[in-house]
Each structure stands twice: as C-alpha cells, then as structure tokens.
Design a protein around this ligand. Structure first.
Ligand SMILES: NC(=O)c1ccc[n+]([C@@H]2O[C@H](COP(=O)([O-])OP(=O)(O)OC[C@H]3O[C@@H](n4cnc5c(N)ncnc54)[C@H](OP(=O)(O)O)[C@@H]3O)[C@@H](O)[C@H]2O)c1
Length: 233
C-alpha cells in the first residue's frame, strides 16, 4: 500500500485530535503537532509527535523536515491549531486577541507557504485549513475571531486560483459549533447561548475530511461548511 503522510497542527485536542484519530485508523503516516501532543499520542511506526509552539518561526520547517525524514515526504497539511478570543469592547483582552491573530493568521500563513513551496516542487499535495462558519460571516463581539478566519479564507481563495491547473488543492473547512476545548473558559457554554442541543463533534468533522480525501483528484472542494441542526448564524 502506498501510505500517505499527513501533518496535523492542533492535534492534541478537539477537531485536530479527531482528524488525527480518524487518519490513524485509515492507515496514514502522521506527524502530529501541538504544545502538549505527547500527552495524548505516543510515537509509533506510523506516528511522530512533535511538541512545539506554532508561534515559533521555525516550527513549520521543523514539521515538514520531520515528515520528510521520518516518512519520506508529505501529502497533506492540516492547518488547524487555533484559539478564540471574543467579547465586548470593555471585556476583550487585547493581548490575548493579538496572540490569537498571530496564531490563527501569522503562524498559519507561515505554515501554508512553507508546505506549498514543498508541494510545488513535488507536484502535488492538499492543504486543509480549519476556518469556521465565521470565515464568511461575522457576529457581534466576535469580529477579531471572524477576521482571522476571513484572512485564512482570502488567502485560500487566492491560492486556489494560483494553483487551479496543478495537482495541489486547498480546502477550507467551515464548521459551526463543535464540542471541543475551544470554549473551555466560557462561563456559559455556547451550546446553551445558541440553544443548540446537539453540537457537532470532532468525529463529525473527521468523517467529512475522510470523505473529501477520498474524492478523485479532478474534484476540488475549496470550501466545506458543516453546521449542527439549530445553528442560526
Ligand atoms: N470548536 C468549534 O466550535 C470550532 C468551530 C469552527 C472552527 N474552529 C476552529 O477549529 C480549530 C481547532 O479548534 P478546536 O475547536 O479543536 O479547539 P481546541 O480543542 O481548543 O484545540 C486547539 C488546538 O490548537 C493547539 N494550539 C493552541 N495554541 C497553540 C500554539 N501556540 N502552538 C501550537 N498549537 C497550539 C492546541 O494544542 P496545545 O494546547 O497542545 O498547544 C490544540 O490542539 C481552531 O482553529 C478553531 O478556530 C472551531
């Protein structure tokens, strides 16, 4: 079997962990990244864990080098690590908001371009970006978070055009509310605020990813919105 290799950021929790578990079961060779990934996964023949802060400039190259040295290359990149800061003008913590922007935008851009330079040399590859339903919309008090996702969507759409005639694909995943650690510190959980009884799970997102990955290469899915019932935004 021609084993495919995927690098996944934010693999220690939530959506990234769900995708990592699904691809592990599907027989992929994986490089998993997060600051605390080794608490959740152990190195094995098909799995390499890299505990590293994505805010460090060298992390994208470290992840690519690891995929190449351990597994002989990389076929898929999942740009998934992120955080969420929202709140009114009075409430929002400006330093935390700017850290979110550096992680979700700057670190993601570094990661995407580092891997695309490699995918261009290789002639193929697929980048999945976990954007959000707020990648194309916004809501009161969540403008900075939505803005980060809009920034990812704008880059992805521009790259899709640049890469249209190649075998390199870009897919933005646009989930609505998923039950993860993203809202861990909220006093009232968003499911309650949004009156959603069945939120999405990381497994729902992973299932969608596996379906997209199984498509023949002439089919492109640049954007994939996935919402739970009752999601009104
Ligand atoms: N949950 C939702 O409702 C939802 C909906 C739409 C989109 N999203 C997007 O989905 C993505 C994943 O979020 P999630 O919901 O799965 O949240 P999560 O459970 O909180 O996971 C966030 C992941 O990001 C990693 N991370 C955070 N800061 C990092 C850093 N400085 N360096 C390296 N890794 C870092 C964390 O790993 P460590 O702590 O180990 O570093 C963790 O694995 C985010 O981009 C989020 O915006 C989530």
């Amino acid at each position: 079997m021609d084993q495919k290799v995927a690098v996944i950021t934010g693999a220690s929790s939530g959506i990234g962990k769900g995708i990592a578990s699904a691809l592990n079961s599907e027989g992929y060779q994986l490089v998993l990244s997060g600051r605390t990934c080794s608490r959740h996964f152990e190195n094995s023949d098909t799995l390499e864990v890299v505990d590293k802060d994505l805010m460090r400039e060298e992390t994208p190259s470290v992840l690519l080098d690891k995929a190449v040295s351990r597994f002989g290359g990389c076929d898929y990149l999942f740009v998934n690590a992120g955080s969420l800061e929202s709140g009114t003008i009075e409430e929002i913590d400006i330093e935390k908001m700017c850290r979110m922007a550096r992680l979700k935008v700057e670190a993601s851009y570094r990661l995407i371009y580092t891997f695309l330079k490699y995918f261009k040399k290789k002639g193929r590859g697929h980048v999945f970006i976990t954007s959000s339903v707020l990648g194309t919309k916004t809501r009161e008090t969540a403008g900075a978070y939505a803005g980060c996702n809009h920034a990812l969507e704008a880059l992805a759409e521009s790259l899709r055009m640049e890469l249209a005639d190649t075998d390199i694909q870009i897919t933005c995943l646009e989930p609505g509310l998923v039950q993860t650690n993203l809202h861990r510190d909220w006093d009232v959980q968003p499911a309650e605020l949004m009156d959603i009884s069945d939120t999405l799970t990381p497994e729902d997102i992973a299932e969608a990813v596996v379906e997209i990955m199984a498509k023949p290469s002439h089919i492109r899915i640049p954007r994939y919105m996935i919402l739970p019932k009752g999601h009104r935004i």
